[in-house]
Design a protein. Sequence first.
Length: 256
Amino acid sequence: MIVDSHAHYDDKQFDTDRDDVLEKIQQQGVIRVVNPSSNLDSARKCIELSKRFDFLYCTVGIHPHDAKEFSDEAIKTVRELALNNKVVAIGETGLDYHYNFSPSEIQKKCFAAHIQLALELKLPLIIHDREAHKDVLDIIKAEKGYDAGGVFHCFSGSVEFAKTVLDMGFYISLGGAVTFKNAKRPVEVAKYVPVDRLLVETDSPYMAPVPYRGKRNHSGYLHEIIQKISEIRNTDFDVIAEATALNADKLFGLEL
């Protein structure tokens, strides 16, 4: 019983064998996958994919990398797409100051608009936060994003930052980074987060865990991530697998 709370099967890296991969991961114990979109084209692909695979759910939004596409018309389209019954969240959205593919001011406006949409539609947020902790929190506070709730995906902050995020009511999701040789913060966070507020993800096709690092990632590799977290927490694999699956189901309103 494994749920991947964040994977990108609409990505072009799966164009040659997408259906085969999605069939295979079901055989590996993955019962549900949440597929966040990156932009409007991605959102449409995610919805179509979710219609073809019952166990696949999707989210709609504009990634901070693509925030330069943001406009009143674009957010209106996101809203229309979000009304599809397989859409379970708004995002991924947030801020990314590592690459700055879109200007920071546009990223901020885009993020704020997504929060308002999540509040309107009563959907949780999938938050992307890279090297932008303070601004992300400032916008969440200003827009009351904590009332929408959601998850900080691929969490990269410290234990102190994790406490702040948890106190605001958000979930924390960990992925392949927790298995990396020099991982310090993800390991500390994996130890700290209460089990009822923890999610797991692959961020496929990116961030493959050890021993597959550098290869194309897929949800079957969640076994390595869950195993590492269970070792860090000194508990059984099945405990982490079941808890994180139930947490994802609760957050996204999936089939229990």
